[in-house]
Design a protein around this ligand. Structure first.
Ligand SMILES: [Zn+2]
Length: 40
């Protein structure tokens, strides 16, 4: 597990806020996907 950086979080929360008027609670959000190791 790792945490996204503040600048990355700002991009994500900013997009949702702008596009959807949705305020993300980052303390409860989980982003699933593939890390660099998985993608090889
Ligand atoms: Zn991975």
């Amino acid at each position: 597990m790792w945490e996204i950086r503040d600048d990355e979080a700002a991009v994500i929360t900013g997009k949702f806020d702008t596009n959807r008027g949705f305020a993300i609670d980052l303390s409860h959000v989980t982003i699933s996907g593939c890390c660099v190791g998985c993608r090889r």
